[in-house]
Structures are given as C-alpha cells and as structure tokens.
Design a protein around this ligand. Structure first.
Ligand code: NAD
Length: 278
C-alpha cells in the first residue's frame, strides 16, 4: 500500500514536470519581458535554455550567466534576427550543436505598431508579419525532424488575446496573431502521432517594454492621456483589472512541456484575466 502511494506520488511528480530535467529549449525574443519570464521558468524546471533577442551585449551576457548560476543549467545565446530565415536556421543549428537536441521551441519574439489601417506604414506591416508569424514557421520547420526522431517535442507559440479578438489600430499584430493560431493547429495535426504538441498561449496585457511603448502610441491614436490608456483601454479589457505576469505565463509554459499536458495540442489557451470571455 505504501509502495503504491510512493509510486503514485512519483507518477504525479513526473507528470508535473520532473521529466523536464535535461531537456533543451529555444526561446525566441527572450532577452526581455515574457520570453525572459519563460526562460526563467523552463530553466527552473531543469531545462537547458538558448536565449535569443536584441539588447546590450553586456546585459545579455549577464542574464546568461545569472540563469546558469541560479538554476545550474546550461544556457546559451543566439543573436539571430527573427525577420531573417537564414538566421533562424542558424539559431536552431546552434542549439542542436550546443545541447544535442531541441526538445522545446517557444516562438515568442514579437513587435507591435499601433496606427490606423489607412496610414499603417507598409514596412511595419511587413516587419510584424515576418517577426510575429513567419519566424515561427521557419523555426518550427527546422526543429520538427529532430523532435520526430526522438518522439518528443513541445512547440509553444506566444500568441495573444489578439489572436482571438481584435482591437482597433493593430491590423498587422491582430492578423499575425490570428495567423499563428492557424499555424499552431496545422502543426499540431501534422505532428500528433509523434509525441509532439503545438499550442498557442494567448496572454492579455503584461507590463513589458512592448506594452510600455504602445501606451503613448495608443494615447495619440485615440486622443487620450497615458493614464486613460492604462485604465480605460488596457486594463478595461481585462475583467480582473490586473496585468498578467511573466511568471504566470512561464508556469503555463512549463505545464505545457510536462507529460501531463501531452493530450493538449492545437489549443489556443487564453491567460488574459477573462478578456475574451466577455
Ligand atoms: P518585449 O518587447 O519585452 O520583448 C520582445 C522580445 O523580442 C525582446 O527580447 C526583443 O529583443 C525580441 N525581438 C524583437 N524583434 C526581434 C527580432 N527581429 N529578432 C529577434 N528577437 C527580436 O515584448 P513582450 O511583451 O515580452 O512580448 C513577447 C511576446 O508576447 C510577443 O510575441 C508579444 O506579441 C506577446 N504578447 C505580449 C503581451 C503583452 O501585453 N506584453 C500580450 C500578449 C502577447
């Protein structure tokens, strides 16, 4: 009886993440915000992590060293530009060489621009579509052969509540985020028999540099003060009236990587304080 209880306990432990120790993850756009939060959570669960994104090189080196020291896992960095398919292939190759595999891919890098559709700059549209949508396609196609060969893989696309509903003045972002849900579902269907899952996480507003930057842009587009934008636009969308945190999103990503989540695939999972329930 006690043996059975002990076995049950260890089944629960491994279902909830103990099986992640030693796995390797690539997280795009992880020098900041949500990607960095996910990198912390995956490293805390024992995974090796490859960071990616822009920023001051000295600050990035400090983050890499910090993660390695806090969690005792191997940590690397790729400066690949997610708007460049060759860079993306190089990033996946670097991770495969450094870690021997890519078990988890988190497509998170993203940018935003807030402006009415009739004056929306064409170069911004192209950049948002390539970084927020096409980059996930390029990275996904590069990791799938290895995941299929090993019979395990987790592809997590950081979409948005804007993958499920629209807001004005965000035509490129809303289009890319709706698109990534379509990519997620298709990849889920193509990989379902190979131990691979593909899911989209759909956060509401998280107070990261991406959101901080759009507060003045939204104020201008809507003729509001910045305080009004936070209270009447951003948090107004979320019935909890609170920002979602990067730690909450990191915990969801860890769960999606676990054995317990193996039957969750092709899903678009809201983590948005009730926004899309309205
Ligand atoms: P952020 O600006 O804090 O971080 C974006 C990251 O992407 C940074 O590391 C940046 O260097 C990187 N990046 C940008 N362009 C890149 C490129 N061309 N190549 C490589 N890396 C690049 O933003 P965030 O809020 O953490 O956003 C991360 C993701 O979460 C995005 O996909 C965003 O759309 C999504 N999201 C954010 C929120 C929010 O409220 N912050 C809500 C829903 C979804």
């Amino acid at each position: 009886m006690l043996d059975k209880l002990a076995n049950d306990r260890s089944d629960h432990a491994s279902a909830l993440g103990a099986d992640l120790v030693g796995k390797a993850a690539v997280i795009t756009g992880s020098t900041s915000g949500i990607g960095l939060g996910i990198a912390h959570a995956l490293a805390a669960s024992g995974m090796k992590v490859l960071l990616n994104g822009f920023g001051e090189r000295s600050e990035i080196d400090r983050t890499v060293a910090e993660l390695a020291e806090i969690y005792g896992v191997a940590v690397g960095y790729s400066g690949a530009d997610m708007s460049k398919p060759d860079d993306i292939a190089g990033m996946v190759q670097l991770a495969q060489e450094k870690f021997g595999a890519v078990d988890v891919l988190v497509n998170n890098a993203g940018i935003q621009h807030v402006e009415a559709v009739e004056t929306f700059p064409i170069e911004k549209w192209n950049a948002i579509l390539s970084i927020n949508l096409s980059a996930a396609f390029h990275a996904t196609r590069a990791v799938i052969p290895g995941m299929k060969a090993r019979g395990y893989g987790r592809i997590i696309n950081v979409a948005s509540a804007h993958a499920l509903v629209a807001s004005p003045f965000k035509s490129a972002y809303v289009s890319a985020k709706h698109g990534i849900v379509g990519l997620t579902k298709t990849v889920a269907l193509e990989t379902a028999e190979h131990g691979i899952t593909a899911n989209a996480i759909c956060p509401g507003y998280v107070l990261t540099p991406l959101v901080e930057k759009q507060i003045p842009e939204t104020a201008k587009a809507r003729g509001l003060t910045e305080e009004q934008v936070i209270r009447d636009v951003l948090l107004h969308a979320q019935p909890t009236r609170q920002f979602v945190t990067t730690e909450e999103i990191g915990a969801l990503a860890v769960f999606l990587c676990s054995r317990a989540a193996r039957s969750i695939t092709g899903a678009a999972i809201p983590i948005e304080g009730g926004w899309t329930a309205q």
